[in-house]
Design a protein around this ligand. Structure first.
Ligand code: G6P
Ligand code: ZN
Length: 565
């Protein structure tokens, strides 16, 4: 069957289809094994459902489209373009070679006032024919689609009966240029340009370049063969003068070179090994599949994401022009350490504690309440976009280093990443922090443990002693959004002690099989003679208490976590 599009000069084929189970969409979109997405109509059904849920609103509008470079992205673009034209979208801006980092998409939507954008990514999950694929939709402020849209998409996937596919030829994604198909337009754009222009407004590129090209400074950025490979060359090397060898694994590959593109101590092991060797550089950083996460290292020194956001917040006004009039406020996810709260308290800033999930920061930012925010899960960002931003975090750290070293002559002792952390702790105290992940736990076992913890929490009155720790309060975290009043409940069980230490349990919301139990442990110390202690050593006693309270080994059968951060 054929029909005429609401756009002139385009014929639309109506293809019949049937609902496919399991297309439940979260705020990070839909993630499945690649071969599932490659199955007949699987991708098309979801994309058609997205357009159906946007309805007339999307007609005549412009969208962005791109992804993290993984396998199947280029084919997927062609399907999405046909469906977009079929839905009456007027124009789609596609990143060259289907590339667009998540924060870059957020910048593109905001900068060009697009209606929204589609990002083809399964974030930090491995890619390739046997690995994962994913797709998500970002809305008009550049933020992940709100629940009312993701719920509507899911609703449509359960009753879809036809696909509206415009009869247009394949678009050449390898060259920048504009293609018109009747009234429908596809513009293949440089995926770096808009994002770089925004970063140049945020940071002092002159100061950064001067610092990065110092003969006594060296840096390594590991793109893990993921999307930031496409950005690191133009930004760090061409613009800021880093040597080409400073960028490692800088070519985006469809399978990320067989790796797991997640910037943490486990998966970014090549960078970790380098930074703990005699070839270590002064600064090391990595980003994930779609460029929103980051890890920051010094020479043999790890900055926890919780400390990273606190240190950036404490130095932002001096070192980053975008913040020169001060921060509007700061925010962190609940399990993220209270290091940020210490900064907020001393500097007279409002500090918000939100549930895990970047979407919760967006409302605060739109309402002008938050400038800088972060999560313990290697996410750091600011209100220049509505996503966490890996390269932004890298440039924020480089700006702090550049600013702190601007009056130190070449050859003299520089201020290092470690010095910045030590000075920060001396001023604000140190929140020792660690996260234990127990991956692939049987769901029933994990749920029983949570039930048990709820019972313990209900029984635990303030003043109860756990070893040397005295309970201040125990609760299950619930959040009322100060902007729209919406409530998110059951966001993690917390045991908070009178000395500021915290034990938190949550089940991950992003796992793909079974349950992942996350245990977050935190302990505060104002005593600077203890600040260089190893976090695991400092936390040993409270970790024991956490395992004891939860009876984690009994419930899950696990003696040891799968990942320790
Ligand atoms: C994604 C989200 C983050 C979240 C992280 C961990 O990266 O964008 O906001 O912190 O997943 O979530 P989880 O539920 O697995 O702890
Ligand atoms: Zn990501």
């Amino acid at each position: 069957m054929a029909a005429v599009s609401s756009l002139q000069g385009i014929e639309v084929k109506i293809i019949s289809t049937k609902p496919i189970d399991g297309q439940k969409t979260g705020t990070s979109g839909l993630r499945k094994k690649t071969n599932i997405f490659m199955g007949e109509h699987y991708l098309a059904n979801w994309v058609q459902s997205l357009f159906d849920s946007l309805g007339n609103e999307v007609k005549g509008k412009a969208l962005g489209l791109g992804g993290d470079g993984r396998y199947f992205n280029k084919e997927a673009v062609q399907t999405i373009l046909k469906l977009a034209a079929g839905a009456g979208v007027k124009k789609v801006y596609v990143g060259m070679n289907a590339i667009m980092a998540t924060p870059a998409m957020s910048a593109l939507i905001r900068g060009r006032k697009l209606y929204g954008g589609l990002i083809m990514s399964a974030s930090h999950n491995p890619g390739g024919p046997k690995e994962d694929w994913g797709i998500k939709f970002n809305y008009s402020s550049g933020e992940p689609a709100p629940e009312r849209i993701t719920d509507a998409i899911y609703g449509y996937t359960t009753k879809i009966s036809e696909l509206k596919m415009a009869d247009i030829p394949e678009t050449d994604l390898s060259k920048i240029g504009t293609h018109s198909y009747g009234d429908f337009e596809v513009e293949v754009i440089d995926p770096v340009e808009d994002y770089l222009a925004l970063l140049e407004e945020v940071f002092d590129f002159g100061m950064l370049r001067k610092f990065i090209t110092r003969p006594d400074f060296s840096l390594t950025f590991d793109a893990l063969h993921a999307v930031t490979g496409a950005y690191a060359g133009p930004i760090l090397v061409d613009k800021l003068g880093a040597s080409a060898s400073a960028v490692r694994n800088g070519v985006p590959l469809e399978d990320f070179g067989g790796g797991h593109p997640d910037p943490n101590l486990t998966y970014a092991h090549e960078l970790v090994e380098l930074q703990w060797s005699d070839k270590a550089t002064d600064f090391g950083a990595a980003s994930d599949g779609d460029g929103d996460r980051n890890m920051i290292l010094g020479n043999a020194f790890f900055i926890t994401p919780s400390d990273s956001v606190a240190i950036i917040a404490a130095n932002a006004q001096e070192a980053i022009p975008y913040f020169k009039t001060g921060l509007k406020g700061v925010a962190r996810s609940m399990p993220t350490s209270e290091a940020l709260d210490r900064v907020a308290e001393k500097e007279g800033l409002k500090c918000f504690e939100v549930p895990t999930g970047w979407k919760f920061f967006g409302n605060l930012m739109d309402a002008g309440l938050c400038s800088v925010c972060g999560e313990e899960s290697f996410g750091t960002g600011a209100d220049h976009v509505r996503e966490k931003d890996g390269l932004w975090a890298v440039l924020a750290w480089l700006s702090i280093l550049a600013y702190r070293n601007k009056d130190i002559a070449v050859g003299e002792k520089k201020v290092t990443v470690e010095d910045i952390a030590m000075e920060h702790w001396a001023k604000y105290g140190r929140n020792f922090f660690s996260r234990f992940d127990y991956e692939g736990v049987e769901s029933d076992a994990a749920n029983s443990m949570v039930e048990h913890l709820r019972a313990v929490q209900a029984d635990s009155k303030p003043g109860t002693k756990f070893g040397d720790y005295e309970l201040k309060t125990a609760d299950e975290f619930s959040y009322t959004d100060p902007v729209d009043g919406s409530v998110a409940s059951k966001q993690g069980l917390r045991f908070i002690f009178t000395d500021g230490s915290r034990i938190i349990f949550r089940l991950s919301g992003t796992g793909s099989s079974g349950a992942t139990v996350r245990l977050y442990i935190e302990q505060y110390s104002a005593d600077s003679s203890k600040h260089s202690q190893d976090a695991q050593a400092a936390l040993a006693e409270i970790i024991k208490i956490a395992l004891d309270i939860s009876q984690l080994a009994k419930f899950t059968g696990r003696e040891k976590p799968t990942v320790i951060t």
